[in-house]
Design a protein around this ligand. Structure first.
Ligand code: C2E
Ligand code: CA
Ligand code: CA
Length: 279
């Protein structure tokens, strides 16, 4: 039955990759990190394929640990999800990214949109739409200036609840993109009617095109379908000029990746914006 299937999944998903002492240490550390403001955001530009201008930036969390140095999200986000701490951490990320964008806009820097990664746990909070409204009001940015990135697997895991939240969030006017698209093997037709604005194709399909003919075919199909149902397409993990040219031929809308710029801390990102890049 659906019920027992859910339980089996839950059983397996509860196996932690962290040992108990490590887990306790890391969890305690994350609590302190929130209090002591040890988290910071890096920003990676998104580039418009047509104009070559910077169209937005994705906010990516870093943990500047006082003893252990810079800790990357892959080392703590999954435990933050296991422990529930991703909810307050995610709220901090949302606020920080929005207030940062407001500051940059008020200084006249050319950036119109910021994208924030959201965990399934945040999306499952009934208060999530209210929180977004509040943060938009507090920071004074318009809903069209914010984009949430959620993964394809998240939608498949708890689709009814996630879709009802998505409807509310789209009702506010906030953009939503499906991150890591292509990895989750959901059928392309299941996309139709999903209340989202954009697909972000997973980098495993991007970084070897046009050499990998199979991936070229997949990416081409995704872009065609997305456009047919009115969605924008971003390619992530764009690393070479060959990638860029192949994606341009396929009419991909936006690019993100090391070919343009890696994620940068605040000051470096501002310097980058000031150089008025155009590709
Ligand atoms: P993601 O959302 O898929 O973010 C893109 C990741 O790819 C980033 O890693 C980025 O540095 C990296 N990347 C960017 N361009 C390239 C490229 O050209 N080639 C390659 N090989 N990699 C590239 P990062 O910053 O380590 O983040 C890892 C993951 O951690 C993110 O994957 C996201 O799932 C999660 N994450 C980061 N920040 C947050 C956050 O604030 N909240 C939540 N819930 N998750 C976050
Ligand atoms: Ca992302
Ligand atoms: Ca991604």
């Amino acid at each position: 039955s659906k019920e027992s299937g859910g339980n089996i999944f839950k059983f397996y998903s509860n196996i932690s990759k962290f040992s108990i002492p490590n887990k306790m240490k890391l969890e305690h550390g994350m609590h302190k990190a929130l209090e002591n403001k040890e988290f910071m955001l890096y920003y990676q530009p998104k580039v418009c394929a047509k104009t070559g201008e910077v169209s937005g930036a994705e906010a990516l969390i870093r943990w500047k640990h006082p003893e252990d140095g810079m800790i990357m999200p892959d080392q703590f986000i999954s435990l933050a999800e296991e422990s529930g701490l991703i909810v307050p951490i995610g709220e901090w990320v949302l606020r920080k990214a929005c207030s940062q964008l407001k500051e940059w806009k008020s200084k006249g820097y050319p950036l119109s949109r910021v994208s924030v990664n959201c965990s399934i746990l945040q999306f499952q909070q009934v208060e999530m739409p209210d929180l977004i409204n509040r943060v938009l009001q507090e920071t004074g940015i318009g809903p069209e200036c914010l984009e949430l990135e959620i993964t394809e697997s998240m939608i498949m895991k708890d689709s009814e609840r996630i879709i009802s939240q998505l409807l509310k969030i789209r009702g506010i006017g906030v953009n939503v993109s499906i991150d890591d698209f292509g990895k989750g093997y959901s059928s392309l037709s299941a996309l139709k009617g999903l209340p989202v604005t954009c697909l972000k194709i997973d980098r495993s399909f991007i970084n070897n095109i046009p050499d990998d003919r199979h991936n070229v075919a997949v990416v081409e199909a995704i872009i065609k379908l997305a456009h047919n149902i009115g969605l924008g397409v971003v390619a992530e993990g764009v690393e070479t000029l060959d990638n860029v040219n192949a994606l341009k031929t396929m009419e991909c809308d936006e690019f993100q990746g090391y070919y343009f710029e890696k994620p940068l801390p605040h000051d470096k990102f501002v310097q980058f914006l000031m150089q008025t890049h155009k590709w």
